[in-house]
Design a protein around this ligand. Sequence first.
Ligand code: SAM
Length: 369
Amino acid sequence: MASAPFISIAPPLPFAGGEAPAASAVGRLRDSHGRAITDLRISVTDRCNYKCVYCRTGEEDSRFTELPIEHYLRMIRVFVSLGIEKVRITGGEPLLRKGVVEMVAELARMRTAFEDEDGITGNRLDIALTTNGHLLESMAAPLKAAGLNRVTVSMDAVDPETFSRITRVPRSFDRVLAGVRAARDAGLGPVKVNCVLLRGFNDEQIERFAEFSRTEGVIVRFIEWMPLEEPSSAPGSRTWAPETVVPMDEIVARLNAWRPLVDLAPNAASETARRFTFDDGIGEIGIIAPVSRPFCGHCSRVRLTSDGKIRTCLFSQTDHDLEKKIVQGKSDAELETYIRHVVFRKEARHHIGEAGFLKPSRSMVHIGG
Ligand code: SAM
Protein backbone atom coordinates (compact mmCIF):
# COMPACT_ATOMS: atom_id res chain seq x y z
CA MET A 1 0.00 0.00 0.00
CA ALA A 2 0.95 3.64 -0.29
CA SER A 3 3.38 5.12 2.20
CA ALA A 4 3.05 8.58 3.78
CA PRO A 5 2.92 11.48 1.29
CA PHE A 6 6.24 13.14 0.45
CA ILE A 7 4.52 16.42 -0.23
CA SER A 8 3.88 19.29 2.14
CA ILE A 9 2.08 22.58 2.29
CA ALA A 10 4.17 25.74 2.38
CA PRO A 11 4.10 27.71 5.62
CA PRO A 12 2.03 30.89 5.74
CA LEU A 13 3.51 34.04 4.24
CA PRO A 14 6.17 35.30 6.65
CA PHE A 15 5.28 38.90 5.87
CA ALA A 16 1.50 38.46 5.78
CA GLY A 17 -0.05 41.84 6.51
CA GLY A 18 3.32 43.61 6.41
CA GLU A 19 5.82 44.82 3.81
CA ALA A 20 7.33 42.18 1.55
CA PRO A 21 11.13 42.18 1.55
CA ALA A 22 12.65 43.17 -1.80
CA ALA A 23 13.37 40.53 -4.42
CA SER A 24 17.05 39.82 -4.92
CA ALA A 25 18.54 41.41 -8.07
CA VAL A 26 20.98 38.55 -8.58
CA GLY A 27 21.03 34.76 -8.53
CA ARG A 28 18.36 32.26 -9.37
CA LEU A 29 14.73 33.29 -9.57
CA ARG A 30 13.19 32.67 -6.15
CA ASP A 31 10.02 33.55 -4.34
CA SER A 32 9.74 34.91 -0.84
CA HIS A 33 9.18 31.38 0.50
CA GLY A 34 12.61 30.31 -0.68
CA ARG A 35 11.34 28.18 -3.58
CA ALA A 36 13.59 28.21 -6.66
CA ILE A 37 11.50 28.71 -9.79
CA THR A 38 12.83 26.45 -12.53
CA ASP A 39 9.72 25.44 -14.46
CA LEU A 40 7.89 27.70 -16.95
CA ARG A 41 4.57 26.78 -18.57
CA ILE A 42 3.64 28.85 -21.56
CA SER A 43 0.29 28.92 -23.28
CA VAL A 44 0.48 29.75 -27.00
CA THR A 45 -3.27 29.96 -27.57
CA ASP A 46 -6.42 29.65 -25.50
CA ARG A 47 -8.33 28.16 -28.44
CA CYS A 48 -9.12 24.48 -28.14
CA ASN A 49 -10.66 22.00 -30.56
CA TYR A 50 -12.16 19.99 -27.67
CA LYS A 51 -14.92 21.12 -25.34
CA CYS A 52 -14.30 18.82 -22.39
CA VAL A 53 -17.29 18.91 -20.09
CA TYR A 54 -15.27 19.63 -16.93
CA CYS A 55 -13.16 22.38 -18.51
CA ARG A 56 -15.01 24.36 -21.14
CA THR A 57 -18.33 25.86 -21.99
CA GLY A 58 -19.63 24.61 -25.33
CA GLU A 59 -17.41 27.27 -27.00
CA GLU A 60 -14.17 26.68 -28.88
CA ASP A 61 -13.08 30.24 -29.47
CA SER A 62 -10.32 32.18 -27.82
CA ARG A 63 -11.06 34.77 -25.19
CA PHE A 64 -7.59 36.31 -25.06
CA THR A 65 -5.13 37.55 -27.71
CA GLU A 66 -2.35 35.39 -29.08
CA LEU A 67 1.05 37.04 -29.29
CA PRO A 68 3.61 36.69 -32.06
CA ILE A 69 5.76 33.62 -31.33
CA GLU A 70 8.85 35.89 -31.16
CA HIS A 71 7.34 37.65 -28.13
CA TYR A 72 6.95 34.34 -26.30
CA LEU A 73 10.53 33.45 -27.23
CA ARG A 74 11.87 36.73 -25.92
CA MET A 75 9.99 36.27 -22.65
CA ILE A 76 11.26 32.70 -22.33
CA ARG A 77 14.86 33.80 -23.02
CA VAL A 78 14.66 36.28 -20.15
CA PHE A 79 13.12 33.64 -17.86
CA VAL A 80 15.88 31.19 -18.83
CA SER A 81 18.52 33.79 -17.99
CA LEU A 82 16.96 33.82 -14.49
CA GLY A 83 17.11 30.07 -13.92
CA ILE A 84 14.28 28.36 -15.83
CA GLU A 85 15.37 24.87 -16.91
CA LYS A 86 12.12 23.30 -18.00
CA VAL A 87 9.65 24.79 -20.50
CA ARG A 88 6.25 23.24 -21.14
CA ILE A 89 4.19 24.48 -24.10
CA THR A 90 0.47 24.31 -23.48
CA GLY A 91 -2.84 26.00 -24.20
CA GLY A 92 -5.81 25.91 -25.08
CA GLU A 93 -4.61 23.37 -27.58
CA PRO A 94 -0.99 24.20 -28.49
CA LEU A 95 -0.97 22.13 -31.68
CA LEU A 96 -3.56 24.52 -33.16
CA ARG A 97 -0.99 27.27 -33.06
CA LYS A 98 0.87 27.89 -36.31
CA GLY A 99 4.61 28.06 -35.73
CA VAL A 100 4.72 25.75 -32.70
CA VAL A 101 7.27 23.36 -34.31
CA GLU A 102 9.55 26.28 -35.17
CA MET A 103 9.11 27.56 -31.62
CA VAL A 104 10.33 24.23 -30.26
CA ALA A 105 13.37 24.47 -32.55
CA GLU A 106 14.19 27.90 -31.07
CA LEU A 107 13.78 26.57 -27.52
CA ALA A 108 16.15 23.73 -28.36
CA ARG A 109 18.85 26.35 -29.06
CA MET A 110 18.55 27.91 -25.60
CA ARG A 111 20.85 26.87 -22.74
CA THR A 112 20.43 26.98 -18.98
CA ALA A 113 22.10 29.82 -17.12
CA PHE A 114 22.73 28.32 -13.66
CA GLU A 115 24.57 25.26 -12.39
CA ASP A 116 22.69 21.99 -12.14
CA GLU A 117 23.27 19.57 -9.23
CA ASP A 118 26.44 18.35 -10.97
CA GLY A 119 27.77 21.90 -11.22
CA ILE A 120 27.16 22.13 -14.96
CA THR A 121 25.70 25.19 -16.72
CA GLY A 122 24.74 25.53 -20.38
CA ASN A 123 22.52 22.46 -20.52
CA ARG A 124 19.75 22.12 -23.05
CA LEU A 125 16.33 22.98 -21.72
CA ASP A 126 13.92 20.19 -20.88
CA ILE A 127 11.19 20.92 -23.45
CA ALA A 128 7.76 19.35 -23.01
CA LEU A 129 4.31 19.85 -24.48
CA THR A 130 0.82 19.11 -23.21
CA THR A 131 -1.79 18.33 -25.87
CA ASN A 132 -5.17 16.71 -26.32
CA GLY A 133 -3.46 14.62 -29.03
CA HIS A 134 -6.02 15.28 -31.77
CA LEU A 135 -3.40 16.63 -34.19
CA LEU A 136 -0.44 14.73 -32.79
CA GLU A 137 -0.23 11.79 -35.20
CA SER A 138 1.29 13.86 -38.00
CA MET A 139 3.11 16.32 -35.73
CA ALA A 140 4.92 13.96 -33.37
CA ALA A 141 7.91 13.27 -35.63
CA PRO A 142 8.42 16.93 -36.66
CA LEU A 143 8.19 18.02 -33.02
CA LYS A 144 10.77 15.41 -32.02
CA ALA A 145 13.07 16.49 -34.87
CA ALA A 146 12.73 20.11 -33.72
CA GLY A 147 13.97 19.17 -30.25
CA LEU A 148 10.91 18.36 -28.15
CA ASN A 149 11.83 15.96 -25.34
CA ARG A 150 8.50 14.80 -23.99
CA VAL A 151 4.81 14.94 -24.58
CA THR A 152 1.85 14.61 -22.23
CA VAL A 153 -1.46 13.67 -23.81
CA SER A 154 -4.74 14.30 -22.05
CA MET A 155 -7.16 11.39 -22.29
CA ASP A 156 -10.05 11.05 -19.93
CA ALA A 157 -11.39 7.67 -21.09
CA VAL A 158 -10.10 4.62 -22.90
CA ASP A 159 -13.37 3.73 -24.55
CA PRO A 160 -14.46 5.74 -27.58
CA GLU A 161 -18.01 6.44 -26.46
CA THR A 162 -17.16 7.88 -23.04
CA PHE A 163 -14.29 9.77 -24.66
CA SER A 164 -16.57 11.58 -27.13
CA ARG A 165 -19.07 12.29 -24.35
CA ILE A 166 -16.28 14.11 -22.49
CA THR A 167 -14.66 15.94 -25.41
CA ARG A 168 -17.98 16.65 -27.15
CA VAL A 169 -16.20 15.88 -30.44
CA PRO A 170 -17.34 12.79 -32.36
CA ARG A 171 -14.76 10.10 -33.25
CA SER A 172 -12.06 11.84 -31.21
CA PHE A 173 -10.75 8.73 -29.44
CA ASP A 174 -9.15 7.09 -32.48
CA ARG A 175 -7.34 10.30 -33.37
CA VAL A 176 -5.88 10.60 -29.88
CA LEU A 177 -4.89 6.97 -29.65
CA ALA A 178 -3.07 7.34 -32.98
CA GLY A 179 -1.39 10.46 -31.58
CA VAL A 180 -0.23 8.64 -28.43
CA ARG A 181 1.25 5.82 -30.50
CA ALA A 182 2.92 8.22 -32.94
CA ALA A 183 4.50 10.11 -30.04
CA ARG A 184 5.80 6.88 -28.51
CA ASP A 185 7.16 5.73 -31.89
CA ALA A 186 8.80 9.12 -32.51
CA GLY A 187 10.73 8.78 -29.23
CA LEU A 188 8.82 11.45 -27.33
CA GLY A 189 8.75 9.25 -24.31
CA PRO A 190 8.01 8.11 -21.87
CA VAL A 191 4.63 9.36 -23.05
CA LYS A 192 2.44 10.49 -20.17
CA VAL A 193 -1.31 10.19 -20.46
CA ASN A 194 -3.19 12.49 -18.08
CA CYS A 195 -6.70 11.59 -16.98
CA VAL A 196 -8.97 13.82 -14.89
CA LEU A 197 -11.48 11.68 -13.02
CA LEU A 198 -15.01 12.83 -12.23
CA ARG A 199 -17.05 10.70 -9.87
CA GLY A 200 -20.00 9.09 -11.56
CA PHE A 201 -18.81 10.14 -14.99
CA ASN A 202 -15.54 8.44 -15.95
CA ASP A 203 -14.28 6.89 -12.69
CA GLU A 204 -15.27 3.44 -13.90
CA GLN A 205 -12.28 3.80 -16.25
CA ILE A 206 -9.62 3.52 -13.51
CA GLU A 207 -8.80 -0.17 -13.96
CA ARG A 208 -9.04 0.08 -17.75
CA PHE A 209 -6.50 2.88 -17.67
CA ALA A 210 -4.17 0.69 -15.62
CA GLU A 211 -4.46 -1.96 -18.32
CA PHE A 212 -3.86 0.73 -20.95
CA SER A 213 -0.60 1.74 -19.26
CA ARG A 214 0.57 -1.86 -19.31
CA THR A 215 -0.38 -2.66 -22.89
CA GLU A 216 0.54 0.66 -24.51
CA GLY A 217 3.74 1.27 -22.56
CA VAL A 218 2.71 4.75 -21.37
CA ILE A 219 2.62 6.39 -17.95
CA VAL A 220 -0.98 6.98 -16.92
CA ARG A 221 -1.49 9.82 -14.46
CA PHE A 222 -4.75 10.41 -12.67
CA ILE A 223 -5.34 14.02 -11.73
CA GLU A 224 -7.81 15.24 -9.13
CA TRP A 225 -10.29 17.66 -10.61
CA MET A 226 -9.72 21.25 -9.45
CA PRO A 227 -12.22 24.14 -9.40
CA LEU A 228 -10.89 25.69 -12.62
CA GLU A 229 -13.70 25.07 -15.08
CA GLU A 230 -15.29 27.76 -17.22
CA PRO A 231 -18.63 28.74 -15.70
CA SER A 232 -21.23 27.21 -17.99
CA SER A 233 -24.88 26.27 -18.14
CA ALA A 234 -24.39 24.46 -21.48
CA PRO A 235 -25.89 20.96 -21.58
CA GLY A 236 -23.44 18.36 -20.28
CA SER A 237 -21.05 20.87 -18.65
CA ARG A 238 -19.93 20.02 -15.14
CA THR A 239 -19.47 22.35 -12.21
CA TRP A 240 -16.81 21.53 -9.63
CA ALA A 241 -17.95 20.13 -6.30
CA PRO A 242 -15.81 18.40 -3.65
CA GLU A 243 -17.91 15.21 -3.88
CA THR A 244 -17.11 14.89 -7.60
CA VAL A 245 -13.36 14.74 -6.96
CA VAL A 246 -12.00 11.18 -6.86
CA PRO A 247 -9.24 11.49 -4.24
CA MET A 248 -5.84 9.81 -4.35
CA ASP A 249 -6.57 7.31 -1.56
CA GLU A 250 -9.61 6.00 -3.37
CA ILE A 251 -7.70 5.62 -6.67
CA VAL A 252 -4.88 3.78 -4.88
CA ALA A 253 -7.36 1.42 -3.16
CA ARG A 254 -9.16 0.67 -6.43
CA LEU A 255 -5.92 -0.07 -8.29
CA ASN A 256 -4.57 -2.18 -5.44
CA ALA A 257 -7.70 -4.30 -5.45
CA TRP A 258 -7.25 -4.83 -9.19
CA ARG A 259 -3.56 -5.73 -8.96
CA PRO A 260 -1.04 -4.97 -6.16
CA LEU A 261 0.72 -1.65 -6.51
CA VAL A 262 4.38 -1.05 -5.72
CA ASP A 263 5.66 2.43 -4.81
CA LEU A 264 8.21 4.10 -7.09
CA ALA A 265 10.56 6.79 -5.79
CA PRO A 266 9.83 10.38 -6.87
CA ASN A 267 12.01 11.57 -9.76
CA ALA A 268 12.64 14.89 -7.98
CA ALA A 269 11.63 16.77 -4.84
CA SER A 270 9.30 18.93 -6.93
CA GLU A 271 7.63 15.86 -8.49
CA THR A 272 3.88 16.43 -8.37
CA ALA A 273 2.87 12.81 -8.94
CA ARG A 274 2.93 9.94 -6.50
CA ARG A 275 4.35 7.09 -8.64
CA PHE A 276 3.53 3.39 -8.70
CA THR A 277 4.08 0.30 -10.76
CA PHE A 278 2.44 -3.12 -10.32
CA ASP A 279 3.78 -6.24 -8.62
CA ASP A 280 5.22 -7.53 -11.93
CA GLY A 281 6.89 -4.20 -12.75
CA ILE A 282 4.76 -3.65 -15.85
CA GLY A 283 3.02 -0.30 -16.31
CA GLU A 284 3.39 2.98 -14.45
CA ILE A 285 0.73 5.00 -12.70
CA GLY A 286 1.08 8.51 -11.33
CA ILE A 287 -1.46 10.19 -9.12
CA ILE A 288 -1.52 13.97 -8.88
CA ALA A 289 -3.55 15.10 -5.91
CA PRO A 290 -3.65 18.90 -5.73
CA VAL A 291 -6.96 18.75 -3.84
CA SER A 292 -6.46 15.99 -1.25
CA ARG A 293 -2.64 16.30 -0.89
CA PRO A 294 -1.51 19.74 -2.06
CA PHE A 295 2.14 19.95 -3.11
CA CYS A 296 2.47 23.74 -3.08
CA GLY A 297 5.45 23.56 -0.70
CA HIS A 298 7.52 22.15 -3.57
CA CYS A 299 6.06 24.28 -6.34
CA SER A 300 8.73 25.39 -8.81
CA ARG A 301 6.34 26.72 -11.46
CA VAL A 302 5.31 29.93 -13.00
CA ARG A 303 3.03 30.42 -15.99
CA LEU A 304 2.75 32.72 -18.99
CA THR A 305 -0.68 33.08 -20.59
CA SER A 306 -1.24 33.30 -24.35
CA ASP A 307 -1.66 37.08 -24.03
CA GLY A 308 1.63 37.47 -22.20
CA LYS A 309 0.59 37.68 -18.56
CA ILE A 310 2.62 36.09 -15.78
CA ARG A 311 0.61 33.91 -13.39
CA THR A 312 2.40 32.79 -10.27
CA CYS A 313 -0.24 30.22 -9.23
CA LEU A 314 -3.10 28.43 -10.98
CA PHE A 315 -5.33 30.02 -8.37
CA SER A 316 -3.99 33.58 -8.60
CA GLN A 317 -6.52 36.37 -8.38
CA THR A 318 -4.42 38.60 -10.62
CA ASP A 319 -1.94 38.30 -13.44
CA HIS A 320 0.97 40.50 -14.40
CA ASP A 321 1.32 42.05 -17.84
CA LEU A 322 4.75 41.18 -19.24
CA GLU A 323 3.62 41.79 -22.83
CA LYS A 324 2.79 45.38 -21.93
CA LYS A 325 6.43 45.89 -20.89
CA ILE A 326 7.54 44.60 -24.29
CA VAL A 327 5.10 46.90 -26.11
CA GLN A 328 6.44 49.80 -24.00
CA GLY A 329 9.92 49.02 -25.37
CA LYS A 330 11.48 47.90 -22.07
CA SER A 331 14.94 46.33 -22.17
CA ASP A 332 15.68 42.72 -21.18
CA ALA A 333 17.20 44.03 -17.93
CA GLU A 334 13.93 45.83 -17.16
CA LEU A 335 11.93 42.68 -17.95
CA GLU A 336 14.22 40.74 -15.58
CA THR A 337 13.60 43.18 -12.75
CA TYR A 338 9.87 43.03 -13.34
CA ILE A 339 9.83 39.21 -13.42
CA ARG A 340 11.88 38.97 -10.21
CA HIS A 341 9.53 41.38 -8.47
CA VAL A 342 6.39 39.50 -9.59
CA VAL A 343 7.71 36.00 -8.90
CA PHE A 344 8.98 36.98 -5.48
CA ARG A 345 5.37 37.51 -4.46
CA LYS A 346 4.26 34.04 -5.58
CA GLU A 347 1.40 32.73 -3.42
CA ALA A 348 2.34 30.34 -0.62
CA ARG A 349 -0.34 27.83 -1.58
CA HIS A 350 -3.83 27.39 -2.94
CA HIS A 351 -6.91 27.30 -0.74
CA ILE A 352 -9.14 24.72 -2.47
CA GLY A 353 -11.76 23.36 -0.09
CA GLU A 354 -11.22 26.07 2.56
CA ALA A 355 -13.88 28.52 3.72
CA GLY A 356 -13.65 31.69 1.67
CA PHE A 357 -11.96 29.98 -1.30
CA LEU A 358 -12.12 32.28 -4.30
CA LYS A 359 -12.10 30.93 -7.81
CA PRO A 360 -9.11 32.20 -9.78
CA SER A 361 -9.43 35.09 -12.19
CA ARG A 362 -9.15 32.73 -15.20
CA SER A 363 -10.22 29.17 -15.90
CA MET A 364 -7.76 26.41 -16.81
CA VAL A 365 -8.12 26.63 -20.58
CA HIS A 366 -7.34 30.36 -20.51
CA ILE A 367 -4.36 29.95 -18.17
CA GLY A 368 -2.57 26.99 -19.71
CA GLY A 369 -2.72 23.63 -17.96
N1 SAM B 1 -5.36 21.11 -24.73
C1 SAM B 1 -4.26 20.57 -24.01
C2 SAM B 1 -4.63 19.27 -23.34
O1 SAM B 1 -5.77 18.84 -23.51
O2 SAM B 1 -3.78 18.69 -22.67
C3 SAM B 1 -3.61 21.52 -23.01
C4 SAM B 1 -4.51 22.34 -22.16
S1 SAM B 1 -5.52 21.46 -21.03
C5 SAM B 1 -6.31 22.80 -20.17
C6 SAM B 1 -4.30 20.84 -19.90
C7 SAM B 1 -4.73 19.82 -18.92
O3 SAM B 1 -5.52 20.42 -17.92
C8 SAM B 1 -5.54 18.66 -19.47
O4 SAM B 1 -4.94 17.46 -19.06
C9 SAM B 1 -6.86 18.81 -18.79
O5 SAM B 1 -7.46 17.56 -18.55
C10 SAM B 1 -6.46 19.47 -17.50
N2 SAM B 1 -7.55 20.17 -16.83
C11 SAM B 1 -8.46 21.00 -17.36
N3 SAM B 1 -9.30 21.46 -16.42
C12 SAM B 1 -8.91 20.88 -15.25
C13 SAM B 1 -9.37 20.96 -13.91
N4 SAM B 1 -10.41 21.73 -13.60
N5 SAM B 1 -8.74 20.23 -12.97
C14 SAM B 1 -7.67 19.45 -13.29
N6 SAM B 1 -7.18 19.37 -14.54
C15 SAM B 1 -7.79 20.06 -15.51
